[in-house]
Design a protein around this ligand. Structure first.
Ligand SMILES: Cc1cc2nc3c(=O)[nH]c(=O)nc-3n(C[C@H](O)[C@H](O)[C@H](O)COP(=O)(O)O)c2cc1C
Length: 194
């Protein structure tokens, strides 16, 4: 636990908790029917999954877990080391599952843990695996103190054909008590058409 906290503090302090530099390019609130909404996420230790499940309940959209063929080590330090290399190299691991009927979705919430201030590599793979033309991506991030950092900026770079909604960043450690914050943000980014 101590090691983990230290690593997080290190990452958060030297990489900073900066916001999105391309905020002026953010799409205004979108409106969509539940069956046009996909909530895709990668989660290593469950926080981003929890956020994704809340977003699914709030929107009625379809949940999709992004899974690499080769899972990351369950050992925290080994995972941090591997992630460091992969994030630096913008590595895109092969994914195990394809999202069905991807073309039918208009709004895609894309969730990632903050890994070394950017998205987790499987999310980078996801963003380059599909045609995002005409779609709106709404990023959401859980973190260990570093906030959004470069996650949203890097997601935009990795997915240039999509429009982007306003990203949400939530503390992973308190995500299970963040129902109100999640709901407030979801209401800011999407209107559900029934
Ligand atoms: C490999 C790795 C790298 C991480 N790097 C950062 C970081 O740079 N900044 C930060 O705030 N949190 C960092 N964290 C903490 C996670 O972002 C945070 O615990 C998140 O909520 C985990 O989401 P998950 O449970 O969905 O995997 C890192 C965690 C791991 C495993």
């Amino acid at each position: 636990m101590k090691k983990k906290t230290m690593a997080m503090m290190m990452a958060a302090s030297f990489l900073g908790a900066g916001g999105c530099s391309a905020e002026n390019m953010t799409t205004q609130k979108v409106s969509a029917e539940p069956d046009k909404i996909l909530i895709a996420y990668y989660s290593w230790s469950g926080n981003t999954r929890f956020a994704a499940e809340q977003i699914q309940k709030l929107t009625g959209g379809r949940l999709f877990e992004i899974k690499p063929v080769k899972a990351y080590p369950s050992d925290y330090s080994a995972c941090v080391d591997q992630a460091k290399q992969e994030c630096r190299q913008e590595f895109k691991p092969e994914l195990a599952v394809k999202a069905e009927e991807f073309a039918k979705y208009d709004v895609i919430f894309v969730g990632t843990p903050n890994w070394w201030s950017t998205m987790a590599p499987p999310v980078r793979s996801f963003l380059s695996a599909y045609d995002f033309s005409g779609k709106t991506v709404i990023p959401f991030v859980t973190h260990g103190g570093g906030g959004m950092a470069d996650c949203e900026r890097d997601m935009r770079k990795a997915c240039p054909k999509a429009a982007f909604g306003k990203g949400g960043a939530f503390s992973g450690g308190s995500i299970r008590n963040a129902a109100d914050a999640l709901e407030k943000w979801v209401n800011e980014v999407v209107t559900i058409r029934k």
